[in-house]
Design a protein around this ligand. Structure first.
Ligand code: SAM
Length: 223
């Protein structure tokens, strides 16, 4: 459906009439925390449960978009582990890492590699002053040399044990929690625009109504 139809206030009000008031309030509350200022991209994550757990963390910490580079191992989402979070987070898929970086740059993101190495910026010292795409790497090798060469910056979570890195989904959760809190405390324009909020209300409402196609056809027939 076109962006114009998705933001038609009359149609939205008609569809939202099929939701309980509690459900509508929940959507508004979740949307008030949603951001596209911060986004996440996973490069060729091998284990399905890791990709799914990251999507779940995106939903929990208010990240509206996640980008999956799936050229090497194919589709990597397990609906059971994502606990339905993939319905609420917009998942963008790419065959190729450079296509993903190009798309992120075209949207104005600074590319920030996450690497478990002390030469990179420690998470606490990292400042969000422009939109950021966080890139996460595979379980074994981490990010590819190509992505690292293209990254504008790199960050790490300081570690003090014997282990050389965290599990990717744990690393993503720690970083997202830290940076989303930083964003919400800031004066930065991190929230979704009015138009984006309307589009998401429309999409989420459609996903929540059984037989939505019939209801839409009835609406079109009547108007
Ligand atoms: C298991 S680690 C990969 C380890 C790999 N040997 C390396 O050196 O990058 C998988 C991914 O989790 C993230 N990660 C794990 N520990 C991290 C840390 N301490 N700081 C930042 N990112 C981390 C990175 O995105 C990494 O590519």
């Amino acid at each position: 459906m076109s962006a114009m139809a998705r933001t038609d206030p009359e149609l939205l009000a008609y569809l939202e009439g099929y939701l309980t008031p509690q459900r509508r309030e929940r959507f508004m509350k979740v949307l008030s925390w949603r951001t596209r200022y911060l986004t996440v991209a996973l490069e060729d994550v091998y284990q399905m449960h890791n990709a799914s757990a990251v999507i779940r963390s995106c939903d929990v910490f208010g990240i509206q978009d996640a980008h999956l580079i799936e050229g090497r191992f194919g589709r990597r989402l397990d609906k059971r582990i994502a606990m339905g979070a993939q319905q609420w987070v917009d998942v963008h898929r790419y065959e190729d890492n450079m296509a993903c970086l190009e798309a992120l740059r075209a949207k104005g993101y600074r590319i920030v590699a996450t690497v478990p190495r002390e030469e990179s910026c420690p998470l606490d010292a990292f400042r969000l002053d422009s939109p950021v795409a966080l890139l996460f790497g595979t379980e074994k090798e981490g990010l590819s040399a190509e992505v690292l060469a293209q990254a504008d910056e790199a960050i790490h979570i300081p570690m003090h044990g014997f282990t050389e890195s965290l599990n990717i989904s744990v690393a993503a959760a720690i970083i997202l929690r830290h940076l989303s809190e930083q964003l919400h405390r800031s004066e930065l324009p991190w929230q979704l625009s009015e138009q984006e909020v309307l589009e998401k209300r429309f999409d989420w409402t459609c996903k929540s109504i059984r037989a939505v196609d019939e209801i839409l056809a009835r609406y079109r027939g009547a108007s």
